[in-house]
Design a protein around this ligand. Structure first.
Ligand SMILES: [Zn+2]
Length: 83
């Protein structure tokens, strides 16, 4: 498998060498997760391609590189205690 060196830095501070693709809620969507931290991920449109296809990986890489550089807050939400 060829390495993809064009990935942007992950919010964890590392630069992923590849993305781990996991199915989403439908065939249309999947998640691409950083292979360094296994925490941060982006959701991307698969184009109904198989996740092990080059098209799906390319779509994931494109989405990854478009993702905002600031972490998405929903990963770090801590409910405030109600007093
Ligand atoms: Zn990461």
């Amino acid at each position: 498998m060829k390495k993809n060196n064009k990935l942007k830095y992950c919010p964890c501070g590392a630069k992923p060498t590849e993305l781990c693709l996991t199915p989403g809620s439908s065939l249309k969507w999947a998640h691409a997760t950083c292979n360094k931290c296994d925490v941060w991920s982006v959701e991307f449109f698969t184009g109904y391609k198989k996740l092990d296809s080059e098209q799906a990986m390319q779509a994931a890489v494109d989405e990854w590189n478009l993702a905002p550089e600031t972490p998405r807050s929903w990963w770090n939400v801590t409910p405030k205690a109600i007093k």
